[in-house]
Design a protein around this ligand. Sequence first.
Ligand code: NAD
Length: 238
Amino acid sequence: MRLAGQKALVTGSEGGIGRAIVARLRQDGAEVLGTDMSEASDLPGDLTDPSFCDALPGLAEERLGGLDILVNNAGVIPRGRITETSDADYRLAMTVNVEAPFRLCRAAIPIMEAAGGGAIVNTSSCWGVHPGPDHPLYIMSKAAVASLTQCLGRDHARQGIRVNAVCPNEVNTPMIRTGFEIRGLDPDKGIESLNDSVPLGRIAEPEDIADVVAFLVSDDARYMCGALLEVNGGKPVG
Ligand SMILES: NC(=O)c1ccc[n+]([C@@H]2O[C@H](COP(=O)([O-])OP(=O)(O)OC[C@H]3O[C@@H](n4cnc5c(N)ncnc54)[C@H](O)[C@@H]3O)[C@@H](O)[C@H]2O)c1
């Protein structure tokens, strides 16, 4: 129960990794509010709405009686080379993947500072640190998240706020499975072929990422600020 008494807000809480993060933080004793587009989440809403993002940390603080942990997990993946992408793809990638975490961090930091500290985990990607092929919008948005994390990790350590990022490689979630479906391939077969490309023998399950997020927000990571933690089963970006 290393997070007993901690109050947490998790975005993208109805997605593959988001559900696992909420479950893991609760298992560790935290009180967690999840937010997602789906009405099934605790605080439903659309992260492309700036006023929703600005208000979310305050809403969570009000509902939970504090806010010690923020996990910016929600994300979208526009696919294709630059010539295959639209203005709408650009706006979506930058709004959901970059602007929303920017707004949420900006609103959460003063709340955490007033309480004497806190922990934020942003979700970048191995691809945000080492660019892979054919996804320039996704990769630049995840590189921006990595950079934001390094900046905030440094700027807010003196306030007792630790900001770090988790950088997964491929994870078995709807995000990756839809990539196979779009190409007319069977997602299970696609995952099997990806498994062969990973030195540990399989791509990540959502719980592999959630466990690292739980570590980063816990006191076990008390000396970590601005880190970009790659969780990749030994697979480099090819
Ligand atoms: N799956 C992977 O292989 C992989 C690899 C590296 C990084 N990531 C990152 O991990 C995070 C979680 O991804 P996942 O694989 O669980 O994907 P997912 O598609 O299963 O979940 C993403 C969640 O974000 C939510 N979301 C998207 N747009 C939103 C919006 N405008 N407002 C509110 N919620 C919104 C979705 O509703 C969904 O529940 C993302 O940031 C993703 O980029 C995933």
